[in-house]
Design a protein around this ligand. Structure first.
Ligand SMILES: C[S@@+](CC[C@H](N)C(=O)[O-])C[C@H]1O[C@@H](n2cnc3c(N)ncnc32)[C@H](O)[C@@H]1O
Length: 352
């Protein structure tokens, strides 16, 4: 069974790459509206949050270290989110509108996420801040000394550490597939972003891959991938989840298909449909891998407020639900596992 409360009536209309991924849209999925907010609980929560933000302001005025200030705020927002989950969406604007937010927006990574220069959440350049990629070095350089100190903290938060591990896991998975299959290996990355995992792929370097399709809905990211990997078997293409679901591209079959940084925006029904589509595009023995931020992310409250970046966090059982609903009883080798710090969770399905 797919988790209740997150299903959508028309899976193609939700987070489909045509309609942009906005925090409002994701919020609707993460915090489905049920009963009207409990006014009393909302008042208590607002008072507590006011206090949390006041303490941060006082710490700033007292010139406490930025590490200490942000560390405490991240913890407090996480606790408040847990405690006041039912009214949390009503609290997010309150944090964002508080004058103390300007302090945290000195961090170029937090600011990029909040301002969304590409018009949607989680664009590939935002992820480049996590990777510490040379492409965003100038933005970091331009930040104030305070901004750079905060960035050092945010880029080393557990969720960011997990994203770097995810990139390395993808590189390893592609290389292992190529080692097994040989030079005829064909790979598809869905929502590929800048395909940073390819930069260190040994198989790619040594001619072990025939075709590596990098599909993304953002033409700017596709252009950058084309430029960076010009003359390699990497084929960057403009394409969306919606296009895949409608079978709009003639992509043929792959040995490995993966999606990282995408399922966190997909409601369950779309996630299942996409998984089924990807399974139908696998060769016999081929593997599908998808990643999702887990429910154990400690900086969720900070991300949703200061970064205006809401994600659909999933538990182990929710990952299994997607796998089982996608397979509809068909046999396959399947697995769900956490990364080292449990902030990202992975699902794999191997076709017989
Ligand atoms: C968080 S980034 C992840 C990029 C890359 N996979 C990584 O791990 O670094 C998410 C990417 O998904 C792409 N994306 C979002 N919705 C999409 C959709 N419906 N179809 C195709 N790509 C999508 C965005 O353009 C963005 O490049």
């Amino acid at each position: 069974m797919v988790t209740k409360g997150r299903s959508v009536k028309n899976p193609l209309a939700a987070f489909d790459g045509q309609s942009l991924i906005t925090p409002t849209a994701v919020n609707r999925e993460v915090f489905p509206s049920g009963a009207p907010a409990d006014e009393r609980q909302l008042r208590i929560a607002r008072d507590e949050l006011t206090l949390i933000l006041q303490v941060a302001s006082q710490q700033i005025q007292a010139d406490r270290s930025p590490d200490q200030i942000i560390d405490r705020l991240i913890r407090s927002l996480h606790e408040s989110r847990e405690k006041y989950r039912a009214v949390w969406p009503d609290l997010i604007p309150m944090v964002q509108d508080h004058p103390v937010a300007a302090y945290f927006h000195n961090d170029p990574f937090t600011r990029w996420s909040f301002e969304k220069p590409r018009g949607y959440s989680g664009d590939a350049s935002l992820i480049d801040f996590i990777y510490g990629h040379p492409d965003i070095a100038a933005d970091v350089e331009r930040a104030s000394p305070l901004g750079r100190t905060l960035y050092e903290y945010t880029r080393n938060a557990p969720s960011a550490v997990a994203v770097r591990e995810r990139r390395d896991l993808l590189t390893r998975t592609v290389d292992e597939t190529a080692a097994k299959v040989g030079p005829e290996t064909e790979v598809l990355a869905v929502a590929a972003g800048h395909l940073r995992e390819a930069e260190t792929s040994r198989a790619l370097r040594e001619g072990g891959i025939k075709r590596w399709v990098a599909l993304d809905q953002d033409p700017l990211s596709v252009g950058r991938t084309m430029r960076d990997f010009n003359g390699t078997p990497i084929d960057a293409m403009d394409g969306s989840v919606r296009g895949l679901l409608k079978n709009a591209y003639s992509l043929r079959q792959f040995d490995l298909i993966y999606a990282a940084g995408l399922y966190d925006y997909l409601a369950d029904k779309v996630a299942v449909k996409l998984t089924q589509t990807c399974l139908s595009m696998l060769k016999p023995g081929g593997m599908f891998l998808f990643a999702n931020f887990s429910t154990e992310v400690p900086d969720d409250g900070y991300m949703e407020t200061m970064m205006n970046w809401t994600l659909l966090l999933r538990s182990q059982s929710e990952m299994w639900s997607i796998i089982e609903a996608s397979l509809e009883g068909q046999p396959a080798e399947k697995n769900v596992f956490f990364g080292a710090n449990r902030n990202i969770i992975y699902g794999t399905i191997r076709k017989p």
